[in-house]
Ligand binder design. Structure first.
Ligand SMILES: [Zn+2]
Length: 494
């Protein structure tokens, strides 16, 4: 990969400073990026898909620039309680109780669902996808260090982070721009239910009630780690005590990311992250998306059209294109009209890219492709501005149509540059796919099975029953049933 990052300088909006800052990685040519992953207790929310898509696109662009990126996105499979304030039931354990299955069955089901959905949206897999339950030992070690450093205390088998004490030497609230005095003022007293010294303290380890299934031994009690701790444990383990980018949804800024900073500073005496990035919300038809109000759509339903809020199914390319037409720091309003408009735009872009192979070239160009190419980079360099990039891609669509209509000319060199650049940004950086990913996959499968059916018929015609049976059995072994009928052989999958 050429080291394009040496020519392109990125600016990132850092939530910590509230400003766009020039991006300089800690180690030249390498980027460490951590993004808080899903809590796998229900189908992934479209808002989360949007957040992860923003970071998928950022990951793609950094890779395109030639950075060696280690992208860590975790799976939260324990410790995330119903409300974010250390009270209530573990979300996964609650689902397991309601469905009468093992917590790890809940985890497996929704992890598989999460991966399926992300594949449909053409996500790249992260470099590492660690789980909270796979890092209990690391979390216990962190707690020991925080206690040794004087920033945590044990009560009745649970361990809490002492926010007030931490705030005397460090600044608690610097990311979310809150100060501890206001927090004290605004936190409700927990009617003596809690062991905490102060209501703004947060749990590092919780002693498990007897009925709590998800529990591990620790020096303090059989229990489970606090939700904020896992991200500190896993980011430190895979990216070090000090790394480049930490991302997540806006809603995680407080308390989750604030607590991550406090934990890391309490352990390592240094700020853990150089650039904090937060993706904005997704709303639907101008309102908050919520199952309870019916203003809701499952990501899957976009591809089937099976939801009252949309009039048709949309392909993965269109859905992704639609989402990336909003900048990651802007609120995205999900509407059927928006999707319809995106479908038109997406098709225009795909048509123009297909036309590139039939364009006539001239001695000279009347269009400036080199400048246009840099504009595409400038858009992404400016805090990953995908809507501006897309506007630039449409500038190219205009140019392509002008050349087609003999209203502009292009040289062979410029045409090659235009082709490479538009393909790179459309497919590699934005991650768009032409057509529907599913349709393409199913088409290939049925073509391959049809071929095997034909070979089997030939084998039978030659009385090679060993081969014909082998084809049938081997297909059955991978879940494809051949059905011999009077009109020939068909197949079904299970
Ligand atoms: Zn996290």
């Amino acid at each position: 990969m050429p080291q394009l990052y040496k020519q392109q300088s990125i600016k990132i909006y850092n939530s910590l400073s509230g400003q766009k800052e020039a991006f300089t990685p800690i180690n030249d040519g390498y980027v460490g990026m951590y993004v808080c992953g899903p809590t796998v207790y229900s189908n992934v929310h479209l808002g989360n898909v949007r957040t992860f898509m923003s970071f998928d696109t950022i990951f793609r662009y950094l890779k395109h620039l030639g950075y060696k990126v280690r992208y860590v996105r975790n799976i939260t499979d324990a410790g995330h309680l119903e409300n974010d304030a250390d009270e209530g039931e573990d979300r996964i354990a609650k689902k397991a109780r309601l469905e009468q299955i093992e917590p790890m069955e809940v985890v497996q089901r929704y992890t598989v669902d999460f991966h399926n959905i992300l594949n449909k949206f053409n996500f790249l897999p992260p470099s590492i996808e660690p789980t909270a339950t796979g890092h209990i030992i690391e979390q216990i070690e962190l707690i020991k260090t925080i206690i040794d450093n004087g920033f945590a205390y044990e009560v009745n088998g649970s361990v809490y982070f002492d926010v007030l004490k931490f705030n005397k030497t460090n600044n608690y609230g610097k990311l979310s721009k809150r100060n501890v005095e206001d927090l004290i003022h605004n936190t409700r007293e927990l009617d003596g239910q809690s062991d905490k010294k102060n209501p703004q303290d947060f749990a590092l380890w919780k002693k498990a009630e007897p009925q709590h299934i998800m529990r591990w031994p620790s020096p303090w009690s059989d229990g489970f780690p606090g939700w904020h701790l896992e991200c500190t444990a896993m980011s430190t383990k895979y990216l070090g005590e000090h790394f480049d980018i930490h991302g997540g949804g806006m809603d995680l800024k407080f308390p989750h990311h604030e607590c991550e900073i406090a934990q890391a500073e309490a352990c390592n005496h240094q700020s853990p992250v150089n650039y904090w990035m937060h993706a904005n919300m997704l709303i639907m038809n101008g309102k908050k998306m919520a199952k309870s109000t019916g203003n809701f759509i499952l990501p899957e339903e976009i591809f089937t059209g099976d939801n009252p809020h949309i009039t048709q199914a949309y392909s993965a390319g269109v859905a992704r294109f639609f989402m990336l037409q909003a900048h990651y720091r802007s609120v995205l309003d999900f509407t059927n009209n928006g999707l319809l408009a995106s479908e038109k735009g997406f098709n225009r872009l795909m048509d123009a890219i297909a036309d590139l192979d039939n364009l006539k070239t001239n001695e000279t160009s009347s269009v400036n492709i080199t400048d246009w190419k840099q504009k595409c980079y400038d858009a992404m360099n400016d805090d990953f501005n995908t809507p501006i990039l897309i506007a630039n891609l449409f500038e190219a669509v205009k140019v392509i149509n002008q050349i087609k209509d003999n209203k502009a000319t292009i040289s062979k060199t410029d045409l090659d540059l235009l082709k490479t650049t538009i393909n790179t940004f459309t497919f590699d950086v934005l991650g768009l796919v032409s057509g529907s990913a599913n349709e393409a996959g199913e088409g290939k499968l049925s073509g391959a099975v049809e071929l095997l059916i034909q070979l089997r018929q030939e084998a039978r015609a030659n009385k090679d029953f060993a081969l014909s049976d082998k084809i049938r059995d081997e297909l059955a072994a991978v879940g494809i049933q051949l059905n011999d009928g009077k009109d020939g052989t068909t197949f079904s999958t299970n």
